[in-house]
Every structure is written in C-alpha cells, then in structure tokens.
Design a protein around this ligand. Sequence first.
Ligand code: PLP
Length: 430
Amino acid sequence: MTQATFTKARTFTHLVSKEGGVKYPLEALNVCEETFSPLEVAYDYDAIKAQVSRATIEAGPNSIWRYKAFLPVESDNPIDVGTGMTPLVKSKRLARQLGLKNLYIKNDAVNMPTLSFKDRVVSVALTRAQELGFSTVSCASTGNLANSTAAIAAHAGLDCCVFIPSDLEAGKVMGTLIYNPTLMAVNGNYDQVNRLCSEVANTYGWGFVNINLRAYYSEGSKTLGYEVAEQLGWKLPDHIVAPLASGSLFTKIYKGFQEFVKVGLVDEKDVRFSGAQAEGCSPISQAFKEGRDFISPVKPNTIAKSIAIGNPADGVYALEVARKTKGNIEDVTDAEIIEGMKLLAETEGIFTETAGGTTIAVLKKLVEAGKIDPEETTVAYITGNGLKTQEAVQGYVGEPLVIEPKLDSFERALDRSRTLERLEWQQTNV
Ligand SMILES: Cc1ncc(COP(=O)(O)O)c(C=O)c1O
C-alpha cells in the first residue's frame, strides 16, 4: 500500500513561466529567458487524482514523501531524512492570551534534520539534482538553507559548496560547518550573496537549489500546506500567518491548498493569507501597505537575519496572494520580535528563532488590530529553531542562579528569587 504511489507514472509535465506561460522542459533553468519571470512546475492533476486518495496518503511514509505525487521528483527512492510531518499544536495558553479560540502552531522548529522548514525544500531539490545528474550542489542562504543543504548533501554523498553573508549567527555557521561543506562567507548582505551565486551558477555546472533548481526546490514548501490540511482532519484553515523573505514559502502554501482542492482531497474554502516581515527588512509589507503592486528593494537591518531579503524574488506573488485572499502583510520591530520569541516559549514551550518571533509578533499585532477573527481557525507557521539564533535573546531572558552544592545555598537562592519575583510583580501591577 505504502509503495503504491512510488511506482506510478510521473505526474509533473513541464516548467512554465509565471508571466506569459512560456513552456520549458524539465531541466535545471534559472528563469524564463523571454519574460525573466520565475519558473513554476506544471502537473497533470488528472494523473495525480488517479493516483492518490486520503487513504493512500495516510498509508504513506511519515515524511513529506507521503505527498510524492504532488512533488517534482521521479525517483522511487527520494532522499528521505525524515523531513516533514512536524506537529500541528492546538494552542491553549497563547490562544487564551491573544483571545483566539482556534489557534494552531505548525511547528517546523523541530523539522528534521536541521530544525527548519528548509529541510523540506532541500529534500526535494537534492533528489531532483541527483535525477538531473548534478554531483555538486550549492545555495545562496540566509542561514537555514545552508544548514539543510550541507546536511542533506552529506547524507546523499553529494559535494557541497554553500554561500552565506559573513555576519550570520554562530549557530547557523556551526550548523553548516559540522557537515564539512565548502562554506563561503561573503562580506555582503543576502542580496549580494545571491547575485554572486547567479554568476557562479552560470559559470560552474553546479546545482544551486535556489537558483537553477529553484522551480523544483520551492515546491517542497507546498508540503506545509498539505500537512496542515491533513492534520486538521482533511480541512483547510480559515487564516494562516507565515513569515516572508523571498515570498516563496507563502505562495507555495497557497499552491498546496489549491492543489488539494483541485484533486478533491479537501473542500474548497476561502483561506486568508497573512504575511510577517521584520520592520528592518519589509519590502513586501511596505508595498502592501502603500497599495503598490511592485516591490522597491531595501537594505536589510534587522535581527531577523533568516528573513532579511531586501529584493525578494517572489515578493509580487506574495503580495498578490495576500490581496486576493483578503489577508494582510505586517511588519514588527526587533523589540517586538524578541517579545514574540519569548511569548511563544513561555506560553507553548516552543523555542523559535527570529523568523518565528516575527510571525508571533505579527499574529499579535493583527489580532489587536481586529484583523483576525477570534473564531477563525488560524495557523501560525513557525519555521525555524531558536537554538540557532541565541544571540537575539541574549540579555532579554533571566540568568541562572549559581549555587553551591548545598541545601542552604539552594534555599537562600530560592528565597532571593521569590522575593525578586514578588517585587517585579508589584512593580508591574501598581
Ligand atoms: C526560518 C525561515 N522562515 C521563513 C523563511 C522565508 O522563506 P521564503 O524565502 O520562502 O519566503 C526563511 C528563509 O530563509 C527562513 O529561514
């Protein structure tokens, strides 16, 4: 039963440009040569419909590959490092604090193997890279993508060279180096790294997951849509809130929901899509608020480095999704991002990174502005892990109480800390 979807015919048919619908073969291509717009994978949905049902998916692997019929890979043995099927947590304490009745947290802070949603896109991209004959894989990254590419390349035995801005958090750098790739730390921001990588991709015959394999890679994010629908009991939510960097993740969750409707796995529903950015890098949010349908690139300056893309490749498409679904795009300050990280940790026991802090802070802002109905089934996407961005909260959380290994030392420290707590409580409640 499980293997049934693995041996069926290919369901993806060609690449097509987002503007103008120019068709391309299923190769490694950067963008449409005529319109310069991104390329999208096209599928034969009748073929998918004939292959899958709720039952076949439920009987599939406990990973993103249970949705293989919807993904652009041919192999019967895709790279499966247990990516996906992360928890969808029904929030109690955060929901109560925000005044929401049906809030869920999609927790990709515990995604495998490198604790961010990027493991999804990289599992797909590197499987496709192998199918297309690449032996060296690469990426331009804000941190998490470098972690995933290096780890999954190591697992698959592929050579790996990744590029990051040189000012990333220690956890992101070590979380790449441990897999022993070639790591290029570029003195510049992500947009400069990305431009350099486009030149390298054109010169070297490497598979860049987010450049010449981008059409395949980005499809991996659809699984964040499929999983939520399945985990809600084969239903779509009313509202989702997700972080925006290039804007790809956001548009692919949308595509995932649409596809499930198209093949009859869920009933059609108007899902509102709201996006989250850091104020210090908010080109999509600014365009949304100013009613523009174009993005003006910005120079990033925020602690939310993983989502600091000043010139987002899919920004206009993310704008389009937010507008047509009657969602919103908001941005929050670095201080609000830290508060968002702490709020999620203290109410739900989930330690997210700055991108997740941004999502929670925007969720709170939208609720306070009356832009999320308390009754709506709302899903907040937490896409990365806080252990990788500890610098962000350094100095904003408590300190350990250092004691001697003696009972009286413990009791004195406990007493001091309770007195302190009482004083703090009195100060905030006068
Ligand atoms: C943790 C995290 N969340 C969200 C994003 C946004 O992804 P996208 O570029 O698809 O918008 C990123 C991008 O690197 C990320 O690292």
